[in-house]
Design a protein around this ligand. Structure first.
Ligand code: 3HC
Length: 711
């Protein structure tokens, strides 16, 4: 392996300045080799008497973007990052960091440990460790409050959101901000060397953040303590159940309540505790699951280059179609929206304008961007106007006849190489593809509602879809900022097929005597963003009802989704009728428990011969819903509907509010142990006496082999 750190002895026009050149693609992460390399290079530079200053510079697209996350979980090797930073701090010669790209985590901490920082405009700096269930572990919680104040440190560290250096000018983090295109790195290097030369000429050689005192007078200290408490309270809600954000606040608080060496030691303690935690393991799994999901399992020799999609059409200007059109427009792609009538088209386009307006009012999008996006969207009622588009997404009525008719018509008018995609949530896309003469160009692009907000995109390959079409749809998803996951055809694909098992158990529990609020509260307490029945009310209980009715393979068990179906037949469709599993205030839409629904379910259970029980615990609710998910996920994996367990996790994290700190259902199953999962499913099988709880053979196999779903 070549050494990722090279000491370039002299620089043009400055033979007293040396460069530590880091080249560790893709993001110059601080692997063991980089850490060792930096320490060795500093020692070498220190020993060379003709060298007076050192510049740390990176090759590739970014300065150091953090510790090497792949090394977490392995035996740590010296020098650890704090040792490297201490070496920088103690260096007799000034060290200047030349920043560009994404200066994150340990990379930002390394920059803060340097004597000076030069950055090009647009450089992003941040401490995103909380997104990995961690806190900064190499001084970030001590250095940032020292240089930029407690409030900014709390904001940046607990949100994990990087910020552009240009917006942080007033905080003194960057000593020289240069206007340059970040791709023009020669300019950055040249400016950094000029800056360093000036420092040397002016004899300004020592500026170390750790030497800056952090003494707050009593009034300021009280204010800072109160601010920390405010953050703790806010985070208890926003980052419910997570350990790292709370530890981050504690550590920042230590920066003004403890001496530096004690606070540093405490920070490392918190960091190591987080790094060894199940939450951080899960969040690191989630990070890599999302990166891996975008990679198709096609050998690199046969991997086609994706087609450049410049213009698209969306069929249907309803809520879903409108949201999909917004996704394309946001990505700078021309969209033609097709509706059956001028009035529906006008309604659809007005609704899009309103959604953009709301986003603008809330400061999410600029007026200029809204205008740009709206200019990219045009409407039509004529199929003929779609003749030249590169790709069409159909988001029309969810019946096979309607979809087949649309696809046949699209096949007639669209250019031969245009891709035809369906946004169906359940229907057999193999059958839809057959309505065309180009089944290899037909693919599913399953967006989640609201399409312009939700990150997930299931890209569904039919048995005919060719690799070029699939690659193009996946790439397009990435361009729209989606987490695209490739799946195969089956009823409900991956997400909704698993969700059906989760919903089935929620409904069974209602028949057995649990109330809607007990089921929902138990799941929210477990960590889900919302309870399944409240979600069902929000999206409309009739949607699932219609999908079940249309499914020719549906279960003939009269108990299957019996409460949901009965409520729909009683006219209780959810929020839109102000009544479903709950009741909703007509003016405020506020949800409250509804005895009528509970009584209707009780009566229905009696009709079905189900004796209700009062001993249903929250734990039973949680286990039945989550283990139903895990079991179905295992079936999906062994049937090859999903290619990897981590793909299933990426789907559940981004489309269904699964808590990130549990990593997704497959990761969670591995964490609690597959043996426990299998034993518990067998217990439910005995208890239920129905056919739903058949342990997936893959789970039994993995238990026998001592393997994991995600390994
Ligand atoms: N360690 C190891 N690999 C990393 C990495 C890291 N810190 N950051 C990114 N990568 C890998 C990705 O897995 C991906 O690998 P792949 O090509 O094999 O899939 C590759 O780098 C490129 O990443 P992206 O596709 O995400 O590239 P982008 O250009 O879209 O984004 C980025 C670049 C903004 C740097 C983004 O990757 C990112 O946010 N990375 C995470 C940064 C981070 O969390 N840093 C903190 C680490 S923890 C830490 O530093 C602890 C310290 O306090 C002690």
């Amino acid at each position: 392996m070549t050494n990722p750190v090279l000491l370039i002895p002299t620089t043009p026009h400055a033979d007293n300045i040396t460069i530590i050149n880091i080249d560790n693609p893709p993001v110059n992460a601080l692997s063991h080799a980089v850490r060792q390399g930096v320490v060795d290079a500093i020692t070498q530079a220190e020993q060379n008497e003709s060298i007076e200053a050192i510049v740390i510079y990176c090759q590739g697209k970014t300065f150091i973007a953090g510790a090497d996350i792949k090394e977490f979980g392995k035996t740590p090797k010296e020098p650890h990052l704090p040792d490297v930073l201490q070496r920088i701090n103690q260096c007799k010669k000034p060290i200047i960091a030349a920043l560009f790209g994404s200066v994150l985590g340990g990379g930002f901490e390394l920059a803060l440990a340097c004597h000076y920082r030069v950055a090009v405009k647009g450089t992003k700096i941040g401490l995103p460790e909380v997104n990995l269930g961690l806190i900064p572990g190499a001084g970030g919680t001590q250095l940032l409050p020292r240089i930029a104040g407690v409030e900014l440190a709390l904001t940046m560290i607990t949100s994990g959101k990087p910020q552009k250096v240009d917006q942080l000018d007033e905080y003194g983090i960057i000593d020289l901000l240069i206007s340059a295109d970040s791709s023009n790195k020669d300019h950055l290097l040249h400016e950094t060397i000029t800056f360093t030369k000036e420092l040397l000429e002016q004899n300004q050689t020592s500026k170390i953040i750790t030497q800056q005192p952090m003494t707050l007078n009593s009034e300021k200290k009280q204010a800072a303590l109160a601010l920390c408490q405010q953050f703790r309270d806010k985070l208890a809600k926003k980052s419910r159940g997570q350990q790292a954000p709370q530890s981050a606040v504690n550590s920042i608080e230590n920066s003004f309540t403890l001496p530096l060496n004690e606070a540093m030691a405490k920070e490392r303690e918190y960091f190591l505790e987080c790094r060894g935690s199940a939450q951080s393991r899960a969040m690191r799994h989630a990070f890599f699951a999302e990166k891996t999901a975008s990679k198709l399992m096609i050998s690199s020799e046969t991997k086609p280059t994706p087609t450049d999609i410049k213009s698209v059409a969306v069929i249907g200007a309803g809520t879903m179609g409108g949201g999909i059109a917004m996704c394309f427009a946001n990505a700078g792609i021309n969209v033609t929206l097709l509706e059956m009538s001028e009035s529906n088209l006008a309604k659809g386009i007005n609704a899009i304008a309103k959604r953009y307006q709301q986003a603008q009012t809330r400061g999410i999008i600029s007026k200029e961007k809204v205008n740009q996006c709206m200019a990219l969207i045009t409407g039509t009622c004529e199929y003929q106007d779609l003749a030249q588009v590169d790709l069409v997404v159909e988001a029309a009525f969810e019946t096979m006849e309607v979809k087949q008719q649309i696809f046949s018509q699209l096949d007639n008018v669209c250019k031969p190489d245009a891709i035809l995609a369906s946004n169906t949530s359940y229907l057999d896309i193999d059958e839809i593809a057959k309505a065309t003469t180009r089944p290899e160009k037909v693919v599913g692009m399953h967006f989640f509602s609201p399409a312009n907000i939700m990150k997930l995109l299931e890209v569904v390959a039919t048995k005919y879809t060719d690799a070029q079409t699939l690659t193009t749809a996946m790439t397009l998803g990435k361009k729209m900022g989606k987490i695209s996951v490739a799946v195969k055809v089956c009823y409900g694909f991956v997400g909704n097929r698993m969700y059906a098992c989760y919903g089935r158990e929620a409904n069974m529990l209602l028949l057995e005597g649990a109330t809607p609020q007990q089921v929902d509260n138990a799941m929210v307490q477990w960590g889900m963003a919302m309870g399944p029945l409240a979600v069902n009310d929000m999206s409309g209980i009739d949607i699932g009802y219609k999908a079940r009715q249309a499914n020719t393979d549906r279960s003939d068990d009269p108990c299957y989704f019996a409460p949901a179906d009965m409520l729909v037949e009683a006219g209780r469709l959810g929020q839109k009728t102000h009544a479903g599993f709950y009741q909703y205030d007509e003016k405020t839409n506020k949800r409250s428990p509804d005895d009528t629904a509970v009584n209707l379910i009780r009566t229905h259970a009696a009709k079905l011969g189900i004796k209700q029980r009062s001993d249903i615990s929250d734990e039973e609710v949680q286990q039945r819903l989550i283990f139903a998910l895990i079991n179905e996920g295992a079936y999906i994996l062994e049937q090859g509907i999903a290619s990897r367990a981590s793909d299933i996790d990426a789907i559940w994290l981004n489309g269904y509010g699964f808590p990130r700190y549990l990593g997704g259902p497959m990761c969670y199953a591995d964490e609690i142990g597959l043996e426990t999962v299998v034993t518990t499913i067998k217990k439910f099988q005995q208890q239920a006496g129905n056919t739903y709880w058949q342990v997936a053979p893959l789970l039994e196999k993995l238990v026998a082999e001592g393997e994991k779903l995600t390994s």
